[in-house]
Design a protein around this ligand. Structure first.
Ligand SMILES: NC(=O)c1ccc[n+]([C@@H]2O[C@H](COP(=O)([O-])OP(=O)(O)OC[C@H]3O[C@@H](n4cnc5c(N)ncnc54)[C@H](OP(=O)(O)O)[C@@H]3O)[C@@H](O)[C@H]2O)c1
Length: 259
């Protein structure tokens, strides 16, 4: 049965920014399809949000590093007759260390989750939105999109891809009623830092923003149909600064921050 309230699909909703974005969406009256690997955390969030906001949430546990995961998720949505009004491609992770020493499987999985799954879900759901003449996509990019990132090279490259893709789609879809927004946060207090094995070496996270603040700003930007949301002063300085200095200098600054 087609949902009567607007529904948002949020990937990476089991914690961090994804869970906070889901909280904002629930407050705003969206039903939710919550996606991540950690079923227990998704279930707990579903119960919290249904009680707090009277919305309906469903959980869909899956590993987006699997090649057919995005297609399986799409089939699930179609099979249930759900209408996705907002797609939030938030799932993602980073990894710290030298590229030539990194674990290949982990790097491959990062590209699969941060890039391929995001791209495929966008490709699958946007045609339905265009047909209806309305819909919103929020893609998680990062301040990392604005330069090369020594010692987090693949992660930075994935976020540059997400920013570039989102900006292009935002233009392509102008006039269709469908918007695509790239959210570019700076360091944010979530599970990201430990998942990326950044540990005590990370200086960037000393003044991390709160996930709830970033989620609120991202939601507002998505609602406003903005192509890019540079979240927080740090991201704005890095994004504008990267235009003023040669790319090699921006890359050296990133190197200092990542070490
Ligand atoms: N925190 C920051 O400083 C920061 C800054 C800029 C951009 N970002 C971006 O924000 C997004 C959210 O990250 P976060 O900071 O909230 O980190 P987080 O707390 O580590 O959350 C990451 C989320 O992604 C999910 N995920 C990871 N691998 C997955 C997989 N293989 N399949 C399905 N889900 C997967 C995790 O769920 P499970 O583990 O349950 O699967 C979790 O819900 C990411 O795209 C990240 O790159 C973060």
């Amino acid at each position: 049965m087609v949902n009567t309230r607007p529904m948002a699909l949020v990937t990476g909703a089991s914690g961090g920014l994804g869970a906070e974005i889901a909280r904002v969406l629930a407050q705003e009256g969206f039903d939710l399809l919550l996606v991540a690997r950690s079923e227990n955390k998704l279930q707990a969030l579903k119960e919290e949000l249904e009680v707090a906001h009277g919305i309906a949430a469903q959980v869909y546990p899956c590993n987006l590093a699997r090649e057919d995961a995005a297609l399986d998720l799409y089939d699930y949505v179609l099979g249930r007759g759900l209408r996705i009004d907002a797609l939030v491609n938030n799932a993602g992770f980073g990894d710290s260390g030298a590229f030539h020493e990194a674990d290949w499987q982990r790097q491959r999985d990062m590209v699969q989750v941060n890039v391929i799954a995001l791209m495929q879900l966008t490709r699958l759901f946007v045609p339905h939105m265009v047909k209806r003449g309305c819909g919103m996509v929020l893609n998680l990019s990062s301040v990392a999109a604005f330069s090369g990132g020594p010692y987090m090279s693949v992660y930075y490259a994935t976020k540059a891809f997400v920013l570039s893709l989102s900006e292009a789609l935002s233009e392509e879809l102008r006039g269709t009623g469908v918007t695509v927004t790239a959210l570019c946060p700076g360091p944010t207090a979530t599970g990201f830092e430990s998942a990326a094995s950044m540990g005590a070496s990370s200086t960037m996270f000393r003044h991390a923003a709160s996930a709830s603040e970033v989620a609120r700003d991202g939601y507002r930007a998505m609602r406003a149909g903005k192509a890019v949301c540079l979240q927080g002063a740090f991201t704005k300085v890095m994004a504008f600064g990267s235009r003023l200095v040669p790319r090699s200098v921006a890359c050296k600054i990133a190197l200092r921050m990542n070490r």
